[in-house]
Design a protein around this ligand. Sequence first.
Ligand code: C2E
Ligand code: MG
Ligand code: MG
Ligand code: MG
Length: 281
Amino acid sequence: SAKRSGGNGLSFYAREMSASSAEKLVLETHLRHAVQRGELFLNYQPILNGQTGRPSGVEALLRWKHPQRGVVAPDRFIPLADESGLIVEIGAWVMREACTQGKRWHRQGMDDLSVSVNVSAVQFAQPRLLETVRTTLEDTGFPPEKLVLEITESVLMKDAETTIGMLKALKNMGVRISMDDFGTGYSSLSYLKRFPIDIVKIDKSFVRDINEDEDDAAIIRVIIALARSLRLTTVAEGVETPEQYGFLRREQCDRFQGYLFSRPVDADLLEQRIRAGGFDV
Ligand code: C2E
Ligand code: MG
Ligand code: MG
Ligand code: MG
């Protein structure tokens, strides 16, 4: 079993996965039932406002509690969900669950909190994404301006006209768009100008070596400066050390997310931590 491998089960699982496509098929079959069986759940990670040191929002991060293998990380099964098309159903579930939780928090007085949901390129290519977002907002009563959709550069590499049409339709609903993992894809700085985006998330690979690698520090400075001149909000992901946080604050990054403040945790634990006074270090 995953336990016997000695680790947390994830590395064991990763080896297995690359080992055989038969295994992949088995997993896809399991994934097909995961939604109905209630095996999927969300963790939430705070995104801090640098001015207040309080969370301005949370990112919803999907987990799968496989009955035999334990908790499986999204990097292991989202690609499978994308390939098989299951991501459409799973993504709709994620959006509903996150907005329902967001509404619950708003009712409990944390009514400034925004909720970010990841949307893969496959999801984004489906015209019905619009309908999913619209009905989810209607049914849950979660305010559109508090919903953030995180997309990656791969979304923008598809047909530009269609992509811009989809982004505009979402923005017309009041939803905000965040460019996730910025700098890792076939990055083009012009994307930020060309597409109607509100938020830029600097990928954690640049943040990691910020205090040792002059090049990474330079890249981050450029992204922040460009984002500011385009009036976009900047978020740094993967902030793990006080030194990284210090650098990013000095460079006037707007928002911060990372293990330094909190790992992704379940909704109740996150709520307790927010009530206990926030995350500033
Ligand atoms: P992402 O959207 O870029 O999410 C950030 C990832 O960085 C998360 O990994 C998070 O746990 C991790 N992280 C946060 N802070 C730190 C830190 O300080 N250090 C390090 N090393 N890592 C940190 P996670 O939860 O394993 O998710 C991986 C990816 O899976 C996400 O990357 C996203 O692309 C995808 N994903 C997660 N949930 C969903 C979902 O509901 N739908 C879709 N389509 N994709 C999802
Ligand atoms: Mg994300
Ligand atoms: Mg990211
Ligand atoms: Mg990432």
